[in-house]
Design a protein around this ligand. Structure first.
Ligand SMILES: [Zn+2]
Length: 432
């Protein structure tokens, strides 16, 4: 039983007690059930390990761990029924200087105080404050300005919510890095990656100031966070949830998404996921597709996953559940090109591969020399480069490796971390 669920269970218990008392003593006792669901004291384990995504090479293991989805006895939450009976206890949500009454939705705007051109650039913050009490779930997209799929996911999820039927609140920020988005760029105008500066610093660099403003004004209001990303630099990802699976609250969130691939990934310092987790806000990353495109099938998978999560958290009653088991990948590794040239893939996203299988070829366009990329592991293609010209060392295929050992609280092996002199995902952009 994780802290998040303990909190939800306690909340449900309050509601049931309230219903019981109300049935005995009438509506005068209603105030006694007004438990604020935001008062949880979530315990988050401090993460001190390197980012698994960025490890140049990791050992393979072959056993299988099958993921049990959300709706088992342990995690089923009839919270929606309880809060429906306790209607009237929802509270106004204060955000960005505005009070959003229960049962209403609003479009607010956030702008960082310090911007490059000296003019204020604002971005929409969509809020649905449900008529019924519950947690506040936040959805953020386009922290990298060229990652478009998440923008459309947030739009679809937010506009599908009916405030009168929501328990708790959903805050959606479709475009966090509006300056990168306007230029079609992953980065801020000074080439800084905003997702390496959270939680930010009000007296730091421009990126640190923007991060600080966003974190304190928006993220601090969240009880849980889903940060939406895509692959980077002409790479694309199978829709997947990345989470630190050593963190019980993060595991709870991953269990809510239904049929999505789960990848264990310790968050890189400075990412929104890392900073939120450090601040006691359970957070996961949803990766789907590649940058600079709108990919409808990936968008639909992401929307379905988020809607399933909202249901699983007891915030909306839905009948369309999505719960077929998907494997959990506790390990993953990128296969890098040893030669430069034209990369042509022989596998596709989601393909299952065995050790030694052909992944793709790299052909030198000048001398016609051709080399093969073969899989060092048995696993599944969870991310890959689009066909393109690559340099030696370019990360080409991301293989999810099933193991029978869940991640522990310690780094397994020093050799699995970043090698000295090998630049990590900051350059490769393979982390969110
Ligand atoms: Zn990203």
């Amino acid at each position: 039983m994780t802290e998040l669920y303990r909190h939800l269970r306690d909340f449900l218990t309050h509601c049931l007690i309230a219903i019981f008392l109300l049935s005995l003593a009438g509506p005068l006792l209603a105030d006694s059930a007004a438990t604020d669901p935001g008062d949880q004291h979530t315990v988050i384990h401090k993460d001190t390990t390197d980012d698994a995504d960025s490890a140049p090479s990791e050992a393979a293991a072959t056993a299988t761990a099958t993921f049990a989805p959300s709706l088992d006895e342990e995690t089923e939450i009839p919270l929606a029924n309880a809060v429906a009976a306790a209607a009237g206890l929802a509270e106004p949500l204060e955000l960005l200087g505005t009070e959003i009454m229960p049962g209403t939705s609003q479009r607010l705007s956030w702008s960082a105080t310090e911007l490059f051109e000296g003019v204020s650039v604002s971005t929409p913050v969509l809020v649905v404050n449900g008529a019924l009490p519950g947690p506040t779930l936040c959805l953020t997209a386009a922290v990298h300005g060229d990652e478009l799929n998440g923008i459309e996911m947030v739009r679809r999820v937010m506009h599908d919510l009916t405030p009168a039927k929501v328990s708790g609140a959903v805050i959606g920020v479709p475009i966090v890095n509006v300056q990168g988005f306007r230029r079609g760029s992953r980065y801020l105008p000074d080439r800084r990656d905003l997702n390496r500066y959270f939680p930010g610093n009000p007296r730091g660099s421009a990126a640190a100031r923007i991060a600080h403003s966003f974190f304190t004004n928006v993220i601090a209001k969240c009880d849980a966070l889903v940060d939406l990303h895509t692959g980077s630099f002409e790479r694309t990802n199978l829709p997947q949830i990345r989470a630190d699976l050593r963190n019980p609250d993060a595991v709870t969130l991953t269990e809510g998404f239904g049929s999505m691939v789960i990848l264990h990934s310790t968050p890189t310092a400075g990412t929104l996921r890392y900073a939120a987790t450090e601040a006691g806000i359970p957070a996961v990353t949803l990766e789907a597709g590649g940058p600079s495109q709108l990919e409808l099938s990936e968008v639909k998978v992401g929307v379905k996953g988020i809607q399933t999560l909202i249901h699983t958290l007891g915030m909306v009653r839905k009948t369309r559940l999505w719960g077929d088991p998907e494997p959990v990948y506790y390990r993953s590794s990128w296969v890098r090109a040893d030669n430069g040239g034209i990369l042509l893939a022989d596998v596709s996203l989601g393909s299952t591969v065995r050790k030694g299988d052909l992944l793709g070829t790299i052909t030198d366009p000048m001398n016609n020399a051709r080399s093969e990329l073969r899989s060092p592991y048995s696993g599944r293609i969870i991310g890959m480069a689009r066909n393109q010209v690559v340099m030696p060392g370019f990360a080409t295929f991301h293989i999810g490796i099933q193991t029978d050992e869940p991640p522990t609280g310690e780094v397994d092996d020093d050799t699995l971390g970043n090698e000295i002199g090998d630049s990590d995902d900051y350059v490769d952009g393979m982390s969110e």
